[in-house]
Each structure stands twice: as C-alpha cells, then as structure tokens.
Ligand binder design. Structure first.
Ligand SMILES: CC(C)(COP(=O)(O)OP(=O)(O)OC[C@H]1O[C@@H](n2cnc3c(N)ncnc32)[C@H](O)[C@@H]1OP(=O)(O)O)[C@@H](O)C(=O)NCCC(=O)NCCS
Length: 181
C-alpha cells in the first residue's frame, strides 16, 4: 500500500482557456509580428529573462520554442488575446525550469494596469491545478518589479526568499493548489 496517493495523470488542455476579458491559446508562427510588438519594447522586457528588447527574428524564435515546449510538456507560454478586440497583447504560461514549473507573464504596455495579467495568471493556475495535474508552481519577480510580485500575491503565491537570476536580485514565490491531491 503506497503511503501517498499516486500523482493524478495529466489531461490535455482544451484551448482556448477563457477568461472574462482575455483568452489564452498556443502561439502560432504567424503571431511572430504581434509578439515582436510586445517583446520589441525595451520597457516591457526590462525584467524579463536576460532583459532587453528583442528583434523580430528572436521573437519568432521564442514562439517556435514555446511550440516545442507545448509539444513536449503539454503546456508553455501561451498567447494572451484580449477578447473584445482580438488583439494579441502578450504571453502568460508555464515553463519547466530547474526550480520546477514556473509561471510567467508579459503584457504590452498599453494593457498594463487593467487586471489582465492577474486574469491570465489565474487561467494558468486553473490549468495547472486541473487538467495539467501540476499542483505546485514557482515564480520569480525582480525586486524592482513590484507589479509582478503583486500579481503573484493576488493569486495566492507565497514568498520564499530571494535568489539571483540573470544577474539581478529576485523574490522567489511558490504556489500550492488548495485541496486534496
Ligand atoms: C508585470 C505585469 C505583467 C503586470 O501586468 P498588469 O496587467 O498591469 O497587472 P494587474 O493589473 O493584473 O495587477 C498589477 C498589480 O500591481 C499593482 N502595482 C502596479 N504598480 C505597482 C508598484 N509600483 N508597486 C506596487 N504595486 C504595483 C497594481 O496596483 C495591481 O495591484 P492591485 O490590483 O492590488 O491594485 C506587466 O506590467 C508587464 O507585462 N510587465 C512587463 C513584463 C514583466 O515584467 N513581466 C514579469 C516578469 S517577472
């Protein structure tokens, strides 16, 4: 008799993941110009990964990598589409890292401050806790990026110390799905 229940098997996600104002769906290669509109902005990218705006080819490469990640793991960074306009406004999703399954999000500047990253992140949590059977997530927020930390706190992540990543100090966060697993 095992001491703990066996992990629940993952079920493929049914896209799009629908929120009130945004939907999440896998990126397509034709999204590359729209993605460059997001990732080509220095201010948007200041606290993302290595930091710094990327060119159109790098944006296309990032999308292709998300596609590979989706194929391999059943999740990835997904396109965030504002439902009313149909505009691709950024990404949100989950990535396998050395620290676990990590939540991340990046929105274009005109869309900041409307609660949309919080809504997109909540869709990621619902996918993780439900079909993906990934009840523990981690996240990082640059110590100089309080709005990102605030999103994490709003959706139930707890602070777990600090760590240097990409040469910059970050707050570490952890989220564990409520309820029996
Ligand atoms: C971080 C980011 C995703 C936030 O998106 P957003 O849609 O503006 O987030 P939301 O509106 O859902 O929530 C932001 C929260 O931060 C708060 N906030 C904004 N600026 C803040 C600041 N300087 N200090 C503290 N809190 C701040 C907002 O008030 C809001 O909290 P509230 O609902 O309690 O009022 C967005 O700014 C972004 O894409 N930035 C560039 C990419 C990035 O840095 N990604 C994170 C990498 S770790």
């Amino acid at each position: 008799m095992p001491l703990y229940p066996a992990p629940r098997p993952a079920v493929p996600l049914a896209f799009p993941l629908l929120g009130e104002h945004v939907l999440l769906r896998p990126f397509e290669q034709s999204d590359a110009p729209a993605a460059h509109g997001v990732y080509g902005d220095e201010e948007v990218m200041r606290y993302v990964g290595e930091g710094g705006a990327v060119g159109p080819e790098e944006a296309a490469r990032m999308i292709a990598e998300y596609g590979r990640h989706q194929e391999e793991h059943g999740f990835a960074f997904w396109a965030v589409v504002e439902r009313e306009s149909g505009i691709l406004i950024g990404d949100a999703g989950l990535e396998v890292t050395e620290h676990g399954v990590e939540l991340g999000y990046t929105l274009a500047r005109p869309w900041w401050g409307r609660g949309l990253a919080t809504e997109a992140a909540r869709l990621c949590l619902a996918a993780a806790a439900g079909p993906l059977a990934r009840p523990r997530l981690v996240a990082l927020a640059d110590v100089e990026n309080p709005s990102s930390a605030r999103v994490l706190e709003k959706i139930g992540f707890r602070r777990k110390g600090r760590r240097t990543a990409f040469g910059r100090a970050h707050h570490c966060f952890e989220w564990v799905a409520p309820g029996p697993r």
